[in-house]
Structures are given as C-alpha cells and as structure tokens.
Write a protein that binds this ligand. Structure first.
Ligand code: SF4
Ligand code: SF4
Length: 327
C-alpha cells in the first residue's frame, strides 16, 4: 500500500476570520521552502493544497509548478476562501498556462449575510461571487464549492446546494471539526439534527436521482455526515497514514490533519519507510475520530463496494418517495 493522496498546507497566512477556525489567529508564519516540494512521491494521485489562504503565498505559482513537475499524474486542487479575487485570478492565469487541469475549490458557507457572518468579513459573499465569475471567465474548468457545516449555518445547506447547481459547480459539504494541530478550535457537536436531516435528505435525494456513480458515492458520504453527527461514529474505517497523509505548513507530516502524531518532515522524509502497522494502531485508537471527506473518499475510491448496501437501500427509499435519513 503506497501513499497516493496528500493534503498539504502551504501557508498559514489568511485574510478571513472564520468562526469555525482559528488559523487566522496563528502568529507563526512558517512556510516550507518551495524546493522541498520536489521531494514528494512522484506517483501521487491526489494532492490538496490548502492554507490559510493558499493564494497569499507569494511564490504559489512556483510551488504549484514544482509539484506539477514532480507529480505529473496527480489531480491538484487548491482550496481557497475566494476573498482576493484579483490575486486569485492573476495566479490562476499563470498556473493555467502550464496546467489546464488545475482545480480550485472555494468555500461558501451560506447565502449573503450568512456567509459574511461565518467568514467574519463584511462583503465576503459578494467577493466569492466575483471570484467565481472571474475564474470562469479565464477558462478554469475545475471549479467547485465547499460548505462547512455548523449549528449556525446548517439551515442554508440546501440553498447553497441549489446555487451550486445553478452555477453548474460541484459542491462538497464538511462538518466543522476540531484539530489541535491544525484549526485549533473548539467547535461543538451539532444539536439540531432534525434540521440537518431535512437538509441532507433534500441534497441526498438530488444526488441519488442522478445517473452518476460519483454523485451516488457523494450521497453515501453525506449520509455518513448525519450518522456521525448523531452517533459520533464513522461508517467506514479511515485510511490515515496508509495511503493518505497530511503535511503542515512547515513540512511536518502527520497521518491526518487531526491526529497529533508527527512522523517526520518533508525535508528528509522517506515515504517508503512508513510503519503501516503503527499507523493502523494509531488510527484504530483515534481519540477523536472524524468524518472528513479527506478521510472518506480515499477509502471509497479504493473500495467503492463499501457503499453498496447503503446505496441500494437509499435508492429504493427514494424510488418509493421515502426519506433516506431518519432525521
Ligand atoms: S477556514 Fe480557511 S479561510 Fe477560514 S480562517 Fe481558517 S484557514 Fe482562513
Ligand atoms: S478517524 Fe481519526 S485518524 Fe482517521 S482521519 Fe479521522 S481523525 Fe484522523
């Protein structure tokens, strides 16, 4: 089993003040020198570049170029808050000159004032809309949205989902989590599970109604959000440390973005010598499990059959007009 998916924080600089994340309060300005990204395994398949706000890293184009050169087959996605429209557009124009397959996922946590409130910045929603328009204009094909679910904004999931369909953009949803090594927050578990269930039932119904296996797997993942919020358990084991890893802004490497078990630094790490038994032990005893997409989709990509039983039942329920979730 080889590592083939990596999440990499390329900077902690951030121009947002999100309610569910404390990264913008971090004082350290660590940024791993760009040259070390040439040490990534060349057969990586999926790479997520994130922050902070990754477009605030001044040499982002150089970082991206090095990663693309080192990992020619990887799908590379930049996760952005979409605030700095001009900067993002300028850098993406440069990146698209040598990589037409680049992807950008922009955070959108509500409509209008709700998004502004969640992101702590007046006018954030309008800025995101401008960024989407601008990135479409320059021909970025791989553009999508991400909604972070918390108690305050969960009532707008359906509206943001509908907006994403209208804009013809893919959308993912993720529960706000805590992480002592990354976000450093104290998000509370969701309480209004009835509303969560109603919002998810709507979105799952739409995804199951498609003729697209990826969207069915997304429905399975979304159903898992409800299970996790209600029972605090995962539907399937995670792949942390087995074929996925997380790299901090200073190059420190962890099995995932939550588990505080540093296993080395990109400056001198040997990806061939990961102790997989140790990884299994650690993740098997994970003190604070998650249901983050980055811990679910890698498993589903390798073992899509894990979703089969749930999907058959959910499809049948949707055919008979029944709700998929009991929330
Ligand atoms: S969620 Fe992202 S944009 Fe918001 S403060 Fe954290 S790093 Fe910045
Ligand atoms: S379940 Fe635990 S070990 Fe696995 S990805 Fe989530 S936080 Fe990490």
């Amino acid at each position: 089993m080889r590592i083939n998916e990596l999440g990499i924080v390329i900077t902690y600089k951030c121009n947002s003040q999100c309610r569910m994340c404390n990264i913008w309060k971090r004082s350290e300005g660590d940024e791993l020198e760009a040259k070390y990204f040439s040490r990534l395994p060349e057969d990586l398949k999926i790479i997520g570049l994130t922050g902070g706000e990754p477009f605030l890293r001044e040499d982002i184009v150089e970082v991206y170029r090095l990663i693309r050169k080192q990992c020619p087959a990887a799908k590379i996605t930049l996760g952005s808050n979409g605030m700095a429209t001009d900067l993002i557009t300028r850098y993406m124009l440069d990146i698209l000159k040598f990589d037409k397959n680049a992807n950008v996922i922009i955070s959108l946590d509500g409509i209008g004032k709700m998004h502004d409130r969640m992101r702590g910045v007046e006018g954030a929603f309008v800025r995101v809309m401008h960024t989407i328009e601008s990135l479409k204009k320059i021909g970025l094909r791989g553009l999508g949205l991400n909604f972070t679910i918390s108690e305050e904004n969960l009532g707008e999931m359906k509206d943001v989902y509908d907006l994403s369909r209208k804009l013809n953009l893919k959308i993912s949803f993720v529960l706000a989590h805590n992480s002592e090594i990354y976000y450093r927050t104290d998000n509370k578990p969701l309480e209004n599970l009835t509303l969560l269930g109603a919002q998810l039932n709507y979105i799952i119904g739409k995804e199951l109604g498609s003729f697209n296996i990826k969207r069915w797997l997304k429905a399975y993942y979304l159903g898992g959000i409800f299970d996790f919020a209600k029972y605090g358990r995962r539907r399937c084991k995670c792949s942390a440390g087995l074929f996925t890893l997380f790299v901090d802004a200073n190059g420190d490497i962890y099995p995932c973005l939550k588990l505080n078990k540093r296993i080395g630094n990109l400056k001198d790490f040997d990806f061939e010598k990961i102790d997989k038994l140790q990884m299994r032990r650690w993740t098997g005893q994970c003190p604070d499990p998650c249901w983050l997409g980055c811990s679910v989709y890698p498993v589903l990509r390798k073992r899509p059959y894990l979703a089969l039983g749930w999907l058959v039942k959910a499809k049948l329920k949707s055919v008979f007009g029944l709700r998929t979730l009991d929330g």
